[in-house]
Design a protein around this ligand. Structure first.
Ligand SMILES: Cc1ncc(COP(=O)(O)O)c(C=O)c1O
Length: 426
């Protein structure tokens, strides 16, 4: 029966029963973790052979004879640029290869814009007074941390089933010149798994920002991370050209969740003017990134199809984990009407909305019972979820057996917090 249909007495006896169960769970001294959005050990082992494709001096030369042990090729190996170009739907000349982390590239792009301005921009962002970014919420906490560190004011934009609220975005960017950017995770958004609709991508391509130095930070971290059949995202880069907006998008991705989260390859893609501007300061930062790792990746993945084949093996490992969480929510929470959740078809996260005002309480209850969750509020700028309702669930790392135990505890905590709320005890 729905909690909302229970009377006070029923809810009170319900809560007493739940508290008894909770006390039993606490006695078990569990140590479980649903907070880590990283590949499991068995996923990392899928790429084991990449470690042996370059293992002696003679292996260190690329197809065109580049000695990958030496300095040079700031932009990255041509084949690595082509591989990412095919993943992102752009040309190789529009791609720059970085180190192991796309977050690092994003941080650098924002820092560069703050210090030196963007291509065609007259002044550095930081020399123009207040700088603001639009932040679709819930979103990726580390994007927001970059803005917070750099003193960029963040404005929340709610997510819809098709992506962020485009009416709001179009209005805000057309009116406010201090809005210089927006964070987007267009495919399997972190944390709700939304894939931006074709219409949303087109509206991004057609934006008419008041700030001529506005940029879309298009973090396509989950470009090939389908759990089921391949889902296609519209090509923002091509569409932007149609609207004379080719300098608007700056795209990012990496192989963190393809090969190794700690030793993969990251890339960014943008217009010729944007790439030129970036290279100017990147070339002062470094003489070049790790080309041996680039060589490993292009030997291991001759083309984008090889990447897609490899991703099917990841999906096989991940699917049962997502199913474990979703099935528990359906069985334990759905009949009570006290939560809503996303059921993503790819990516790394599930977004759980509990009763308003209960997320922090659920986090605390779970923690005390030995289950670590991502702190409530993390997917929001400044860590503030004004409804205190959202929790980000990361099912990838623990084995299914542990995950099952952890999600059962989580459901218990969601029920307790909701009962407390209905009884006015929160
Ligand atoms: C949306 C998003 N972007 C970027 C990253 C980190 O990417 P990288 O490992 O390439 O720095 C993550 C990791 O969870 C992510 O969820």
């Amino acid at each position: 029966m729905l909690y909302s249909q229970k009377d006070k007495k029923e809810l009170e006896s319900c809560l007493m029963q739940l508290e008894k169960e909770y006390a039993e769970v606490k006695k078990k001294g569990l140590k479980l973790d649903m907070s880590r959005g990283k590949p499991s050990t068995s996923q990392l082992s899928l790429s084991a052979d990449i470690l042996s494709v370059v293992n002696k001096d003679a292996d260190c030369f690329s197809d065109n004879g580049t000695d990958c042990r030496n300095y040079g090729l700031l932009e990255g190996l041509p084949k690595a640029r082509q591989l990412f170009a095919d993943i992102l739907g752009v040309k190789a000349e529009n791609v720059l290869i970085g180190g192991a982390s796309s977050l690092n590239l994003m941080y650098d792009e924002v820092a560069r814009a703050m210090m030196f301005g963007v291509a065609g921009g007259e002044k550095p962002w930081s020399a123009q007074g207040k700088v603001k970014f639009l932040c679709p919420v819930p979103g990726y906490d580390r994007h927001f941390a970059i803005c917070e560190l750099m003193g960029i004011e963040m404005l929340n934009v709610p997510m819809t089933k098709d992506g962020p609220d485009m009416d709001m975005i179009e209005k805000l960017v057309s009116e406010d010149e201090s809005i210089k950017g927006i964070w987007c995770v267009p495919k399997y958004a972190n944390p709700d798994g939304t894939v931006y609709s074709d219409e949303t991508v087109r509206r991004f391509a057609a934006l008419r920002p008041k700030a001529k130095d506005f940029r879309i930070f298009w973090d396509n971290a989950y470009a090939v991370h389908d759990l089921y059949e391949e889902v296609k995202l519209a090509n923002l880069f091509e569409l932007s050209k149609e609207y004379g907006n080719e300098n608007l998008p700056i795209m990012f991705t990496s192989t963190s969740k393809i090969t190794y989260a700690g030793a993969g390859l990251a890339a960014m893609a943008a217009s010729a003017a944007n790439i030129e501007k970036t290279k100017k300061s990147m070339g002062i930062q470094t003489i070049g990134y790790d080309k041996i790792n680039q060589l490993r990746h292009v030997r291991y993945f001759p083309d984008a199809d090889a990447v897609k084949e490899h991703m099917k093996k990841h999906a096989e490992i991940l699917r049962p984990k997502f199913k474990t969480v979703i099935s528990a929510f359906e069985k334990e929470l759905a009949p009570l009407g006290i939560a809503k959740w996303s059921n993503p078809k790819g990516g790394y996260f599930i977004s759980l909305d509990v009763e308003k005002g209960c997320a922090k309480r659920v986090y605390q209850l779970a923690k005390e019972a030995g289950v670590t969750l991502t702190p409530a509020g993390a997917p929001y700028p400044y860590g503030v979820d004004k409804n205190d309702e959202n929790l980000r669930i990361a099912p990838s790392f623990p084995p299914v057996s542990e995950l099952k135990e952890a999600v059962d505890v989580l459901c218990l905590c969601v029920k307790i917090a909701a009962a407390e709320k209905y009884l006015g005890k929160l």
